[in-house]
Design a protein around this ligand. Structure first.
Ligand code: ADP
Ligand code: MG
Length: 305
C-alpha cells in the first residue's frame, strides 16, 4: 500500500513538472470571487486556507501570482448586520455614500486583510493593496442612478510590478479612485481583467461558485469546457449568460483581446482547483479562447482545458 501511495505521489509530481517549467516566471492573475470565498462559516475558512496554500505553492515554484478579490456577499452581510437596506437597479446594488463606506471597510479592512494573513501563515510573502494605492485603479461613475459604482478607466500597474520584482504576492481589493480622489466600488472581475491586461499576464483565472460557464445555469453538468469569443458573445446576447457571469465573460474577452494568453473560469469551491488547473492534465472549468481558437502562446497546451 505504502509503495503504491509513493508511486502515486511521484507520478503527480512528474505530471506537474512540464507545467512548472512552462509557467516559470509567468504572471498569473487569480480572481478570488466573494462567492467562492463563502461568508464566514467553517467551510469558508477551509476554502480560504486551501486557496492560500495553492497561491503560496504557485509562488514557491516560480510563478508570479497576483490576487484580485471580490466580496459582494460579505458586503451584503455587513449591510444586513447594520440594518441597512439596499435598492437594486437591473440587479446592481445602488451604492450610496453609506454603502460605499461599508464596502470600503469590508473589502479593504476585512476581506483583503483576511486573505493577506492566510497567505502569510506560510511566510512573509503577501502584501495587501486597494485600487487606491499608488494610483493603481482609476475609475469613473458608471451611472448617476447607481451612485458610487465605478468602471475602470485606467490601470497603473507600477506598484504591482514593483512588488512582483521583490518576489511578493500582491493582493488587490477593488476600490478605485476618480480623478478627484472619490472612491468607487468596482466589480472585481473587471479589475482582474484590467490588471491582467496591464501586466501582460500569461494567465487569468476566475475562481467562482459554479463549475465554469454552463449552457444551463441550473444544470452543473452542462459545463462548456471551451468557448470561443464569438460564441460567448452570442451566449450573452441570448441570455444564456446572465448576472454575475456577464462581467466575468466580458473580462475574459477583454483580456484575450489584449494579449492575455490563457483565460479560465474554475470552480473555487473545489478544493485546490487552482493546482488542478495549473499543474495537472485534468480538464477543469471553462477555457475562453479567441475566435481563431488560438489562445496558447505559452507552448503546447496538452490536455489542459
Ligand atoms: P463571483 O463572486 O464569483 O463573482 P457571481 O455570483 O458574481 O460570483 O457570478 C457567478 C454566478 O453567475 C453563478 O453563481 C451563476 O448564478 C451566474 N451565472 C449566470 N449565467 C451563468 C452561466 N451561463 N453559467 C454559469 N453561471 C452563470
Ligand atoms: Mg461577481
Amino acid at each position: 500500500m505504502i509503495s503504491s501511495h509513493n508511486d502515486r505521489s511521484v507520478e503527480v509530481l512528474l505530471q506537474a513538472l512540464p507545467y512548472i517549467q512552462r509557467f516559470h516566471g509567468a504572471v498569473v492573475v487569480v480572481k478570488f470571487g466573494g462567492n467562492a470565498m463563502g461568508t464566514g462559516d467553517h467551510s469558508a475558512e477551509d476554502l480560504l486556507g486551501q486557496f492560500a496554500a495553492d497561491i503560496v505553492l504557485m509562488h514557491s515554484v516560480g510563478l508570479k501570482p497576483v490576487v484580485v478579490h471580490g466580496g459582494g456577499p460579505q458586503i451584503g452581510e455587513w449591510l444586513r448586520r447594520l440594518g441597512k437596506t439596499s435598492e437594486f437597479v437591473d440587479g446592481q446594488r445602488v451604492t450610496d455614500a453609506e454603502t460605499l463606506e461599508v464596502a470600503q471597510m469590508v473589502l479593504v479592512g476585512k476581506v483583503n486583510s483576511d486573505i493577506v494573513s492566510a497567505l502569510n501563515v506560510h511566510g512573509p510573502v503577501a502584501v495587501g493593496l486597494s485600487g487606491q494605492d499608488a494610483g493603481l485603479i482609476r475609475a469613473e461613475e458608471r451611472s448617476p442612478e447607481l451612485g458610487f459604482v465605478g468602471d475602470v478607466t485606467g490601470v497603473d500597474a507600477t506598484i504591482v510590478e514593483r512588488l512582483l520584482n521583490l518576489d511578493l504576492i500582491p493582493v488587490i481589493s477593488t476600490i478605485g479612485s476618480g480623478v478627484e480622489g472619490q472612491a468607487y466600488n468596482i466589480n472585481a472581475d473587471a479589475v482582474a481583467a484590467a490588471v491582467a491586461e496591464a501586466l501582460s499576464a500569461q494567465k487569468l483565472i476566475f475562481l467562482t461558485d459554479v463549475p465554469g460557464l454552463l449552457a444551463d445555469v441550473d444544470d452543473p453538468a452542462s459545463l462548456i469546457q471551451r468557448v470561443t469569443a464569438g460564441r460567448a458573445e452570442s451566449l450573452i446576447a441570448d441570455g444564456t449568460i446572465s448576472g454575475g457571469m456577464i462581467p466575468k465573460i466580458v473580462g475574459c474577452l477583454r483580456a484575450i483581446d489584449n494579449g492575455v494568453a490563457q483565460v479560465h473560469l474554475v470552480d473555487g469551491r473545489v478544493p485546490h482547483a487552482l493546482l488542478l488547473e495549473l499543474f495537472t492534465d485534468a480538464g477543469v472549468g471553462t477555457m475562453v479562447v479567441g475566435d481563431d481558437g488560438s489562445s496558447m502562446v505559452v507552448g503546447d497546451d496538452g490536455g489542459e482545458t
